[in-house]
Ligand binder design. Structure first.
Ligand code: C2E
Ligand code: CA
Ligand code: CA
Ligand code: CA
Length: 278
C-alpha cells in the first residue's frame, strides 16, 4: 500500500511538473506573440433587424501561432488574464480595431460602429484609468460614439471603485457599453441602471433554445431592456426560424452564422459593399 502511494505521488508530481512546464512555455510564447505581432482580428457583422443593414462589427481576436496555427481566444485569453498580459494585448486589439474602423468608415460607411471585447482584468487595471487607446481614436478623427465595449455581467457585481471610475470615463467620451452573454450571470435591473448600460447581448444559449424555455427568457430580456431604453443584440443566430422569432419579439440587432462567421478584415469587407445583408 505504501508503495502504491509513493508511485501515485511520483505520478502526480510528474504530471504537475509537466503542467507547469507547459504553462510556462505558453506564457513565454504569449509574450513573444505580442512582440512579434502574431495576433489577428477577425470581424463579425451585427445586423439591424429593422433595416437589414450591417451597422456594426465585433472584433474577435485569434492567435496566429507559427506552429499550432490559428488558436481561438478561449484557449489563450484566460492565461493572458492570469498573467496580466491581457492589458498590452487588449491595447493592441483596440488600436487595431480602431484603425480598421477608421479605414472602413472612410471607404464604405461613415456610420459603421465597432464593438471591442474588454476583459475584467483590463477594466480593473490602474493603467486603464486614462483609457490607453483614446489617442488612437483621436488620431483617426473618431469620437467615442464609434466604439462599443463589451463587458460581462460579473464585472458589475462587486462595485469596485476603479471599475466604476473607468466605466464612467468610458461613457464620458461617448463610448457605449454592452453586456455580453447577458442572462448567464447575475446582473439585476439595478446594475443596468447604475452603470448606464446601452446594450444587452442575449447569450447564444438562449437563442439556441428559442423553441424551448429560451423563448420566455428572450421575451423577458427584450421587454426589460426596452423598458429601460436599452438596445438588444441577439448572438448566435444560426437559422431563419430563430431570426423570425426574434423579429416577432422586436429584438434590435442580430449576430450569428446566419449572416456571417467571423472573418479576417479583407474577407468580411465584401459585406460592407452590400446595401443590406438581410
Ligand atoms: P463572445 O464575445 O461571446 O463572442 C462570441 C463567440 O461566439 C465568438 O467566438 C464567435 O465566433 C461565436 N459565434 C458567433 N456567432 C455564432 C453562431 O452563430 N454560432 C456559434 N456556434 N458561435 C457563434 P470566439 O471568436 O471564439 O470568441 C470566444 C470568446 O473569446 C468571446 O466570446 C470573448 O469572450 C473572447 N474574446 C474574443 N475576442 C476577444 C478580445 O478581443 N478580447 C477579449 N478580452 N476577449 C475576447
Ligand atoms: Ca463579445
Ligand atoms: Ca457573447
Ligand atoms: Ca462568450
Amino acid at each position: 500500500v505504501k508503495n502504491a502511494g509513493r508511485k501515485n505521488f511520483r505520478f502526480y508530481s510528474r504530471a504537475l511538473h509537466d503542467a507547469i512546464h507547459t504553462r510556462l512555455r505558453m506564457i513565454r510564447h504569449l509574450r513573444k506573440a505580442l512582440e512579434e505581432n502574431q495576433f489577428v482580428l477577425y470581424y463579425q457583422p451585427i445586423v439591424s433587424l429593422k433595416t437589414g443593414h450591417l451597422t456594426r462589427m465585433e472584433a474577435l481576436v485569434r492567435w496566429h501561432h507559427p506552429v499550432q496555427g490559428l488558436i481561438s481566444p478561449d484557449a489563450f485569453i484566460p492565461l493572458a488574464e492570469d498573467t496580466g498580459l491581457i492589458v498590452p494585448i487588449g491595447n493592441w486589439i483596440a488600436k487595431e480595431a480602431i484603425t480598421q474602423l477608421a479605414y472602413w468608415r472612410q471607404k464604405y460607411n461613415p456610420e459603421l460602429k465597432m464593438a471591442i471585447n474588454l476583459s475584467p482584468v483590463q477594466l480593473r487595471s490602474q493603467e486603464f484609468e486614462d483609457i490607453p487607446w483614446i489617442h488612437d481614436l483621436q488620431s483617426k478623427g473618431l469620437n467615442g460614439e464609434a466604439v462599443t465595449i463589451e463587458i460581462t455581467e460579473g464585472l458589475l457585481l462587486n462595485s469596485e471603485t476603479r471599475v466604476n471610475h473607468n466605466l464612467k470615463m468610458i461613457h464620458q467620451i461617448g463610448i457605449q457599453i454592452a453586456i455580453d452573454d447577458f442572462g448567464t450571470g447575475y446582473s439585476s435591473l439595478a446594475y443596468l441602471r447604475k452603470f448606464n448600460i446601452d446594450f444587452l447581448k442575449i447569450d447564444r444559449s438562449f437563442v439556441e433554445d428559442l423553441k424551448g424555455v429560451g423563448f420566455e427568457l428572450c421575451t423577458a430580456i427584450i421587454a426589460m431592456a426596452h423598458s429601460l431604453g436599452l438596445g438588444v443584440i441577439a448572438e448566435g443566430v444560426e437559422t431563419e426560424e430563430q431570426e423570425k422569432l426574434l423579429t416577432e419579439l422586436e429584438c434590435d440587432y442580430m449576430q450569428g452564422y446566419l449572416y456571417s462567421k467571423p472573418l479576417p478584415a479583407d474577407e468580411i469587407e465584401k459585406l460592407l459593399v452590400l446595401p443590406y445583408i438581410r
